[in-house]
Write a protein that binds this ligand. Structure first.
Ligand code: DX5
Ligand code: ZN
Length: 220
């Protein structure tokens, strides 16, 4: 469906207080929690992995929307499934050969498969994954170069969101990077319904207001 899902990126949270930060976001109206898994060989940054997801799962029933910035997503399917991840989004750039196997494995571990693409990757590359007999259930259109929070939204990526939305009216389309009050309308009107936001939510004096403003923009 195309329900609005607002997903604060926990990359911008205080990792030393992850459970209470997660709770705080849910109380502020977050639908999902976005978990950025980076291990230095797809992006130049290192964040968290399955052990942290497992620890958070013990404290929270929230939908954990995991974004895998790794070159070998297949290796993470089983550990993340066991850890209690909800969504598993891998990058198309590293899965050209084995995406069918990746998707099948994600589903067999009870997670929801999604595919992500970088700003420079043409949208056509995800069509086979959306149209196959074992399709992904979400496309994540990166709106910054993956790797770090706090970067500037790239408006040119909205062409891809528009094309996707026109082609697939009921697909979950997620955007990630530089989203906040000043960019949400561009993303929502292009057709994005799942919104990841790190610095704009965690940096706000009242995160609940930012979350509700973004939700309204998607719903209008
Ligand atoms: C970037 C990550 C994002 C990041 C977004 O590679 O995928 O999820 O945390 O942060 P903001 O919203 O600050 O751009
Ligand atoms: Zn992300």
């Amino acid at each position: 469906g195309v329900e609005a899902k607002i997903a604060p990126s926990m990359l911008s949270s205080d990792f030393a207080n992850l459970a209470s930060e997660a709770d705080r976001m849910l109380k502020c109206g977050a639908d999902w929690l976005h978990m950025d898994i980076m291990v230095r060989h797809f992006v130049p940054n290192l964040t968290i992995g399955a052990p942290v997801i497992q620890s958070l799962r013990k404290h929270s029933k929230a939908y954990l929307d995991c974004h895998l910035m790794v070159t070998n997503p297949l290796d993470y399917v089983e550990p993340l499934g066991k850890a209690g991840a909800s969504g598993f989004t891998f990058h198309v750039e590293v899965s050209k050969e084995n995406w069918q196997e990746v998707v099948q494995n994600i589903k067999s571990k009870g997670m929801r498969p999604g595919v992500a693409l970088k700003p420079g990757t043409p949208i056509e590359e995800v069509y086979p994954l959306v149209e196959g007999e074992n399709p992904v259930e979400m496309v994540l259109v990166m709106t910054v170069e993956p790797g770090f929070g706090g970067q500037k939204f790239m408006p040119e990526t909205m062409d891809k969101v528009r094309v996707l939305r026109k082609k697939y009216p009921s697909l979950d389309i997620e955007v990630d990077g530089g989203l906040g009050p000043s960019t949400i309308d561009a993303a929502a009107s292009a057709g994005a319904n799942c919104i990841v936001a790190g610095s704009s939510v965690f940096g706000a004096p009242k995160p609940a207001e930012v979350i509700s403003l973004m939700k309204k923009s998607v719903e209008k």
